[in-house]
Design a protein around this ligand. Structure first.
Ligand code: FES
Length: 249
């Protein structure tokens, strides 16, 4: 039909053309090309978002939720960022660096900023916690729903950096190392809650466990825990060191 309309357009003088011949010939292609451009753009955005999610899944302790990944992509796709759509994925790859071996060239900082915004938009509360480690003491903060392990792995302020020097979190939060072991101040223990059986099993193997011991990877911040007080033990057992590796020789 389109070919027929175009043929008529060539052969019939402009003054004698019927309006019904011109209408379908011009409208249909315009609508189709703009919807094609929109779906191409959507596909590029989706590919970029999937890449960010994949980086988070591969890089230890840096999971990026779908919301955060979409926020990162939206920030870069914003015309104000100066990144053309065609350069979106290459830019993200540059920021991710060799993420398979733990490198990062800025993607994590961007994701952390977006995550803060996502948490604030969702109305999540920032929970504050004071930590004693030997003669040192410092404060950390985290949004409700995140764990002490998240602070160690993803926190970027001074308190988080201090905590990173005390808690190794060697097993990435799967209750297999006990290096995230902390003592909960007795006044707070009931509000934090008792450990589950699996956590108790790991705590039995931790360095000098007490009745108020918890694993940081299982300690999730809630608004009721604002002001929580924790203490870092004076040593740590890394049970990962005792996992025998298969002799492949
Ligand atoms: S991070 Fe290993 S047990 Fe918590």
């Amino acid at each position: 039909m389109l070919r027929a309309a175009l043929r008529c357009r060539t052969l019939v003088p402009r003054s004698r053309r019927s309006p019904c011949l011109r209408r379908p010939a011009f409208r249909a292609p315009r609508a189709s090309s703009s919807s094609h451009a929109a779906s191409a753009r959507d596909a590029q955005l989706e590919e970029a978002t999937a890449f960010v999610v994949r980086v988070g899944a591969v890089r230890e302790g840096k999971t990026y939720s779908r919301d955060v990944a979409e926020g990162v992509v939206a920030a870069l796709a914003d015309p104000a960022s100066g990144v053309p759509l065609s350069a979106l994925l290459p830019t993200l790859k540059q920021l991710a660096g060799a993420y398979e071996i733990g490198e990062d060239n800025g993607l994590d900082a961007l994701a952390a900023a977006v995550e803060r915004e996502v948490n604030e938009r969702a109305g999540k509360q920032l929970v504050h916690c004071s930590i004693k480690a030997g003669s040192a003491s410092f404060d950390v903060s985290a949004y409700e729903g995140t764990s002490l392990y998240d602070v160690v792995r993803r926190g970027e302020d001074d308190g988080a950096r201090a905590l990173q020097s005390y808690l190794e979190c060697a097993c990435s939060g799967v209750m297999a190392c006990s290096t995230c072991h902390v003592y909960v101040a007795p006044a707070w223990f009931d509000r934090v809650g008792a450990p589950c059986e699996a956590e108790l099993d790991m705590l039995d193997l931790a360095h000098e466990p007490r009745d108020n011991s918890r694993l940081g990877c299982q300690l999730v911040f809630t608004p009721e825990l604002d002001g929580l007080e924790l203490e870092v033990p004076d040593g740590a057992n890394n049970l990962m060191d005792h996992i025998p590796f298969e002799d492949r020789g």
